[in-house]
Write a protein that binds this ligand. Sequence first.
Ligand SMILES: Nc1nc2c(ncn2[C@@H]2O[C@H](COP(=O)(O)OP(=O)(O)O)[C@@H](O)[C@H]2O)c(=O)[nH]1
Ligand SMILES: [Mg+2]
Length: 374
Amino acid sequence: MATDHKPEWSDPNNPENCSSIVRKGQEHEGQSASIQKNIRFQKRRNSEPSVDELYEGVIKGERSLLARALTLVESNAEQHFQKAQQLLQKLLPNGGKSIRIGITGVPGAGKSTFIEAFGSYLCDLGHRVAVLAIDPSSSISGGSILGDKTRMEQLARNPRAFIRPSPTAGKLGGVHRKTRESLLICEAAGYDVILIETVGVGQSEVIIRDMVDFFMLLVLTGAGDELQGMKKGIMELADAILVHKADGANKQKAEQTRKEYNRILHFLQPATKGWATKAYTCSSMTQEGISEIWRVIQSFEQTGKASGVFNERRKSQAREWLYSMITDQLEFHFYQHRGIRNQLPKLENEVIAGEKTVAAAVETLFNTFLTNKE
Ligand SMILES: Nc1nc2c(ncn2[C@@H]2O[C@H](COP(=O)(O)OP(=O)(O)O)[C@@H](O)[C@H]2O)c(=O)[nH]1
Ligand SMILES: [Mg+2]
């Protein structure tokens, strides 16, 4: 028999040790039944899993069901919203057991590269790491920080890590509700470190600060001018400032920049009671400083848990979440209301034309909203 008909794993130097015959395919009894069964199985896989199936899958840490649970909370369809809430209610007792870390910085600061290096380091230590992203521009572009997945190639392949790009905004609470809920689901799935990346463009830092335990700001060297221009407000949100890309010719400058930041931090309000925010240097390229950052975060967690500040923040975040969700829901139901939708364009024109005061228009709308159910 010709060797080219032998399987790949046969020994090419010793062809006689393997014999194989290639026959024409034949249908055997019961085969079509088994194909039918396979099709039914595929169909079931493609149909939507139930809340119970998702729950089981998530707590067992099954990646495909975890991904589907996240897709459910990210969906903008109203029927998905109800189902997602049932799932979250069931998962709630399994959440809360991670350290939640927010990472911000201007585009190009190296956030994604840092997450790749830091996340891989944590996986090597035995942690399970979930990466979420908030892209405030995604509501406009409809896209997400997808390019980042290519920067996190190594981490994306790590079985101990799970990366989820930013959801797009929609009605029913937008990106921040979805990210909070995704965070709970990842915790229930057993991820004990959650990293949330956001581009630093003002509003998103405040949103992310409200959902994480530890918040860090990545900055670059040569920040003399930048320091002058940088909003004090952002520095006051941070629990650590990382002068990133401290490698090669940049290393010395990074050290200098670190000292400058520390001088300024000295005069600012710390973001967390009982914790002194400091600046550090690190490089994701050489890995230098990566393990130090983790030690800083662990020390933050320990001191915060001992003083109660850590859990107090979690409680106040839950409270804030409640009120922001009430606001979101009110807004959603208000604009969905048929009477409002009928009246609003006309009232808007009247306000623009200067024929009606804003207050009068709002009063008319609220009368409609509060007196008619539909
Ligand atoms: N020298 C050096 N370059 C880095 C480092 N981390 C990231 N970079 C580079 O900085 C650029 C922006 O990185 P990226 O992670 O996409 O930044 P992001 O926009 O903040 O997510 C890329 O070209 C990276 O290769 C580092 O530690 N050292
Ligand atoms: Mg990025």
